[in-house]
Design a binder for this molecule. Sequence first.
Ligand code: AOF
Ligand code: ZN
Length: 362
Amino acid sequence: VVRCGVAQQEDTDDGFYMRRCVELARKAIGCTSPNPMVGCVIVKDGKVVGEGFHPKAGQPHAEVFALRDAGDLAENATAYVSLEPCNHYGRTPPCSEALIKAKVKRVVVGMVDPNPIVASKGLDRLRDAGIEVTTGIEEESCKRLNEAYIHHMLTGNPFVTMRYSISVNGHFLDQLGEGVAKSGGYYSQLLQEYDAIILSSSSIIENASIPVSQEAGANQPLQIIIARNSSSPIQIPALTMEPIGKLIIFSDKETTVELERAHTGIETVVLDRINLEAILEFCNSQGLCSVLLDLKGNIGDIEELLQDGIENNLLQKIVIEVLPQWDGGNFPIALKSLRKRLEVKNLKPKVSSENVVLEGYL
Ligand code: AOF
Ligand code: ZN
């Protein structure tokens, strides 16, 4: 028998339930920082008897919600968790203890927790209690889900993604594709994932607006506006701050910033020299774990920030939207003094009816 094509690998039950954990975890997208997103499913005799996810830092962990949901049915059941159950008293008691107390028979884990106070201790605790433990199920998607948390936990620095749009002939574009900023669109969804967004002041001035995620109840990133390299004052137009609480303008000594009208919730910070390290340090001091460097508009005043990021390895991810149009003009992200060539790893396309988005890692 000649078989054409590649046989599809059978889904294992473990993979199936772990993917459900990831799906549940994503319900809290943008809401858990500095904590990870975690989902948990309790399965008994082939049936889901409990589900839960971690909604927000300070609130109970995913396992607690799933165990509550399962009640007595958790006994002798299998618990699936996208992240290793914790084994420490933080803002909440250890999940390993809760699973032991509930008398689950088996625990299946997506990935080990990189948090040094957990790092395999949760798994050890479960094994010591006689529970069968399986790890590394759907590990790649569990890691992808918490890429910002993992990076921040391991390096102490925010996870930085740069984003821009290009035409099919490779020109940098200011505008976004149709529909991508609306609810469900790629840009609206992307915004809710980040704790902060860095924008050039010209993008704000030209559009007289700030990027807001349109997803219902979404987390809105802190807006960091860079105003630099200008001998004449930079005028920030009156902005609708709803539903954003806070906006910070960074300017250098040479640049004066004029706010068009009395703004509430806007803070201005003057630095001798604006560089990405200084901005990331500020983000760290505010407990912000992920940052979107949004190359929109005339990127003149953030070009150096970008160069900084590339030369000092401060960027982790790149997201490029390819718009279905041929466009004139020049490609302005030709950093002429850049001495480095970046290799983009794992570059993958995401295709929707509106655009093609390429995502890769640096
Ligand atoms: C889990 N399940 O759902 C989450 C875990 O301050 P706490 O008490 O919330 O602890 C935060 C740490 O717990 C966090 O850094 C990570 O190591 C782990 N998160 N663990 O078993 C969960 N969110
Ligand atoms: Zn926990």
